[in-house]
Design a protein around this ligand. Structure first.
Ligand code: ADP
Ligand code: MG
Length: 317
């Protein structure tokens, strides 16, 4: 991945201008499609060789990954894991294995700041509904079956074993990243000239932006807590991934206090920080996703060291 350039000043949510750059080229019109998956709007824009077929193939695969990782669907692979009994050997499908394998590496490297086994705690907060503040007792009890050895992963046999019947995993901090990497792989296999994959805060760029002279992609970063499209910074990037984890996308308010969805595994409460978002730029979107969440939880210094360890660039806003 080549170096990118930041414009202007502080920012947050990622907005892609792909559509803008594809418009008006009648000789070889670009393709732009959007679907609601992973609880967010997922858009792909592409041009060039077999672009339409490529984008369709990507969405087919994204639907599959969504189905596997959907925490709320009883039929998902993740629900099969979450409803398994303590001690049962659970064999993972390839996609699930890839996600959990990366998640476990980031969990280890971040000293548990990223923790997919936090599901029993995150469920208590009901971010998927209107949100509620759990009691200290509820959080304490749920934390007992999270972290450390709650989920024992064996890479060699591609299996996991839970250490409690109620231990559960939540891939909300990793699944979109994995989907982004898979999308890139498919788009490249079709030989598209260029493409942008936007999975709500997770952006992947492929090939060249043919409509600008420097061939770089423009990614606008939205101002925190502003309406969509209100951005004050633009990232210029070649191939690669830009992932942002922030407090301003998913939160609820109770008695005048804001509660966002990135939890500190040590306390079970939303992590309180001096910044509103962490952006990770690098090659892999799966690692970028896990790291953005992990780095949000870690202090600034540890976060910088962690990003460096994985060869990623990090930005706080
Ligand atoms: P977004 O889903 O908005 O892109 P993130 O990638 O930061 O944001 O993922 C946040 C989601 O990850 C939460 O909604 C929850 O499902 C899960 N999560 C929250 N805290 C953690 C954590 N410390 N480690 C791993 N996953 C977490
Ligand atoms: Mg994440």
């Amino acid at each position: 991945m080549k170096k990118f350039v930041w414009g202007f000043s502080a920012v947050l949510l990622l907005t892609v201008f792909a559509g803008l750059y594809f418009k008006g080229n009648l000789q070889n019109p670009g393709v732009e499609k959007t679907e609601f998956l992973f609880d967010t709007y997922c858009s792909i824009s592409a041009y060039g060789h077999d672009a339409e077929e490529a984008v369709d193939a990507v969405f087919e695969k994204l639907r599959e990954i969504h189905k596997i990782t959907d925490f709320y669907s009883e039929k998902s692979e993740i629900s099969r894991i979450n409803s398994a009994k303590k001690g049962e050997v659970i064999t993972l499908g390839d996609d699930m294995y890839n996600i959990i394998s990366a998640a476990k590496k980031v969990e280890e490297a971040s000293d548990g700041a990223f923790d997919i086994s936090l599901a029993p705690v995150s469920s208590l907060w009901e971010f998927d509904k209107d949100g509620r503040v759990p009691s200290d007792g509820e959080i304490k009890k749920a934390l007992e079956i999270c972290g450390g050895e709650a989920i024992v992963f064996d890479a060699a046999t591609k299996t996991i074993i839970k250490n409690a019947d109620d231990a559960k995993i939540d891939l909300g901090g990793a699944a979109k990243g994995y989907a982004g990497d898979v999308a890139v792989k498919i788009l490249k296999s079709y030989g598209v000239g260029g493409a942008i994959v936007d999975l709500g805060g997770n952006i992947c760029c492929v090939g060249e932006n043919r409509d600008v002279r420097d061939k770089k992609w423009r990614i606008g970063l939205q101002k925190p807590f502003e309406v969509a499209g209100e951005y004050d910074q633009v990232v210029h990037i070649d191939e690669g991934s830009v992932v942002t984890s922030g407090t301003y996308q998913r939160f609820f308010e109770k008695d005048g206090k804001k509660y966002h969805h990135i939890l500190d595994p040590k306390t079970g409460f939303p992590k309180e920080t001096d910044y509103s978002s962490v952006t990770i730029v690098g090659e892999s979107s799966l690692y970028g996703d896990c790291l953005a969440t992990a780095c949000f939880v870690l202090g600034k210094e540890d976060a910088e060291a962690l990003a460096k360890e994985f060869g990623m660039e990090i930005y706080f806003k």
